[in-house]
Write a protein that binds this ligand. Structure first.
Ligand SMILES: NC(=O)c1ccc[n+]([C@@H]2O[C@H](COP(=O)([O-])OP(=O)(O)OC[C@H]3O[C@@H](n4cnc5c(N)ncnc54)[C@H](OP(=O)(O)O)[C@@H]3O)[C@@H](O)[C@H]2O)c1
Length: 316
């Protein structure tokens, strides 16, 4: 007889209030997979987009589909040939798969052990569950696709959100100067994370504000917001500078800059590096709100406003 678990799920794409919470079959770990008891699952804007069917062309779904790509939890069972972990190990992972079906807004998930890393011990389980997607996004943007160096000036557009929170802190670990951009209420928040200068995008033209604090221009722009913040600030990027966007695949940009669009990939090795940085005290995860499984629709409605601070986390 199959084992059941509590999960949030949707049976077709559409409005977020049609997401239900109920009982589904627990996914069993296949070869090379581990079964994880999910204790915390970060909520990301993409989860709302997935439930609305906006990514269906690239990542199809099988219904009933459980949303959620972030998780921290404990290893419950190891499948055949899965040897890296033992029952009870505390882990975290970015669990995006080629198909949307078994997500992390559930009591259990089975995923390849190659996606999984030990979670930071200096952070709580809830804080750990808020890291993987945003942590890997910022890490890959700054250090894998980008090449942020000590002493360079980084402009983070959207510095108070999930990704921006990680970007500011990761940039400080390599000794970059960071200018964070968010609304007025988040200026102190970005400073507490380590931003050297902050700008309120509602107070006037962002480009002019950047010129005031960095008259020679910036070396790197990390674009993790929407709106027209990139148009306003692109001219502050030095010739030969780097632009990484996670929200715009083809922005209008001058010829003399290096541009890449990044779509975050699972990567356990990078998660291990982030775990080490967190355990050394370099990464905080301010969790602004937690929700239980029955409240997933509300959590997704809030996250798609794109004005939540830090992380929102589901605790299944
Ligand atoms: N390509 C990828 O792999 C990838 C990965 C992760 C996320 N994303 C996308 O990246 C974006 C950010 O994700 P997130 O999780 O960090 O979202 P989030 O937590 O909602 O953060 C949004 C940030 O943008 C700021 N912001 C809002 N409007 C702005 C504007 N007009 N100008 C400048 N900043 C503005 C917000 O500040 P205030 O609250 O102060 O307004 C906040 O700092 C989302 O669109 C998400 O879908 C893409």
């Amino acid at each position: 007889m199959s084992i059941q678990m509590k999960a949030s799920y949707f049976e077709e794409f559409g409005e977020l209030d049609q997401i239900k919470t109920g009982t589904l079959e627990r996914p069993e770990p296949g070869e090379g997979e581990v079964l994880v008891r999910v204790k915390a699952a970060g909520v990301n804007p993409v989860d709302a987009a997935v439930a609305r069917g906006m990514l269906n062309e690239v990542i199809p779904a099988e219904f009933p589909a459980v949303p959620g790509w972030d998780m921290a939890g404990t290893i419950e069972e190891c499948g055949y040939a899965a040897h890296r972990f033992q029952k009870g190990d505390q882990v975290y992972a970015y669990a995006r798969r080629p198909t949307v079906q078994h997500g992390t807004f559930a009591e259990y998930i089975s995923i390849p052990e190659s996606y999984v890393a030990k979670r930071p011990q200096q952070l709580t389980m809830v804080e750990s569950g808020g890291i993987p997607l945003v942590g890997l996004t910022a890490y890959q943007a700054l250090f894998q696709f980008g090449d942020l160096q000590e002493g360079q000036t980084l402009l983070v557009l959207g510095g108070s959100g999930g990704v921006g929170t990680m970007a500011i802190q990761l940039a400080k670990t390599v000794g970059a100067n960071v200018i964070g951009v968010a609304s007025e209420q988040n200026q102190d928040y970005m400073e507490e994370l380590g931003a050297d200068k902050t700008i309120d995008y509602k107070a006037g033209n962002i480009g002019k504000a950047v010129q005031n604090v960095a008259p020679d221009g910036v070396d790197f722009i990390f674009h993790c917001s929407r709106g027209n913040s990139l148009n306003q600030s692109i001219d502050t990027l030095k010739s030969g500078g780097q632009l990484i966007s996670i929200t715009n695949r083809s922005p209008e940009i001058p010829d003399d800059i290096k541009f890449q669009y990044v779509f975050v990939e699972p990567n356990a090795k990078q998660l291990t590096h982030i775990q080490q940085l967190a355990d050394d005290g370099h990464i905080k995860v301010p969790v602004s709100k937690t929700f239980d499984l029955d409240e997933v629709a509300t959590a997704l409605q809030e996250i798609e406003s794109l004005h939540t601070q830090g992380k929102t986390v589901i605790t299944p």
